[in-house]
Design a protein around this ligand. Structure first.
Ligand SMILES: Nc1ncnc2c1ncn2[C@@H]1O[C@H](COP(=O)(O)OP(=O)(O)O)[C@@H](O)[C@H]1O
Ligand SMILES: [Mg+2]
Length: 283
């Protein structure tokens, strides 16, 4: 059994994973994405049974997942999972078609259509890049003027992916949202991410959101497992909000950070991930 861990840098999460593996006597081949050379006409330098793929970059992650899957390795999370989770348009579409409650979302490709799309949802609206994280460029826009300015900036940027307008219903959440961790068939931990003065209306830990423990109820667990099915079995951070009509899922993260969730709940998320990777290698 040969396991690999692919990463960009030794982040706190990757350090926790390596420590959890060492504690269990599990050895990992380390693959640094920036140092990798993928010889497309040959086999990977390391022939692995399972690869934990934790690249920060979406594009590197996709290339590496595809490459290692082609060599017969089980990549966690899979290429298909990364593709769906890393693109908000694909994930929203999959969530809605799987019948998972999710905020109303419209996607379009021109400034004129963006006005119509927002009108259909109603202001305020939330505009996000289809590929992005840490709440970067996630904007809450209160009216036509604000939307027109934000769209105008994106039109000037030149990046075609930024000209996909992903517009979402604003959920009037109670100053917090929920991040739940799915490992295989289980929700192992969940936290509230409380908005703070620093984070404003977003709640990401990277923006200063404050984590506190959230009970994993059967409702939360059932919904997260149903939601993560859109990407197949794996390891996910599911983002949910408490709306007036119950829980809604707005995002599934395929390379989620878990340091703040582990410290707020005392749960050994890294250990669960390693045990799961080993079980997949044996399956
Ligand atoms: N539709 C929404 N209504 C209210 N708040 C939202 C909405 N969408 C996102 N947020 C807030 O913005 C944060 C970042 O949005 P998210 O879709 O998770 O993007 P990212 O991939 O950047 O984390 C969320 O954690 C949440 O606090
Ligand atoms: Mg998020």
């Amino acid at each position: 059994m040969k396991l690999g861990l692919c990463y960009t840098v030794i982040s706190p999460e990757n350090k926790m994973l390596l420590e959890a593996a060492e504690k269990r006597g599990v050895e990992f081949v380390r693959i640094v994405d920036g140092e990798s050379v993928l010889q497309l006409s040959g086999k990977p330098k390391e022939e692995l049974d399972v690869l934990l793929q934790r690249s920060v970059s979406y594009s590197r992650g996709l290339c590496l997942a595809y490459y290692y899957e082609k060599s017969g390795c089980q990549v966690i999370n899979s290429y298909q999972a990364a593709k769906v989770c890393g693109d908000k348009m694909l994930s929203s579409l999959e969530l809605a078609s799987a019948g998972v409650p999710t905020p109303k979302t419209n996607v379009c490709f021109s400034p004129e259509a963006a006005m119509d799309a927002a009108e259909d949802i109603g202001f305020p609206i939330v505009m996000k890049p289809v590929m992005g994280s840490w709440a970067r460029m996630v904007n809450r826009l209160n009216d036509h003027e604000a939307l027109s300015m934000a769209v105008g900036c994106k039109e000037e940027m030149g990046n075609p992916w930024q000209k996909i307008y992903y517009l979402q219903e604003h959920i009037d959440k109670p100053g917090r949202d929920i991040r739940a961790f799915v490992v295989g068939e289980e929700v192992v931990a969940a936290i509230y991410r409380n908005c703070t003065k620093e984070s404003g209306w977003v709640s990401n830990a990277s923006r200063g959101g404050h984590p506190t423990e959230c009970a994993v109820t059967s409702e939360l667990s059932e919904l997260c497992l149903r939601a993560s099915k859109i990407a197949g079995e794996g390891i996910y951070g599911v983002d949910l909000m408490e709306s007036g009509n119950g829980l809604v899922v707005h995002e599934i993260n395929h390379t989620a950070e878990f340091k703040s969730c582990a410290s707020a709940t005392g749960i050994d998320i890294a250990g669960s991930i390693i045990d799961y990777a080993v079980s997949r290698a044996k399956s």
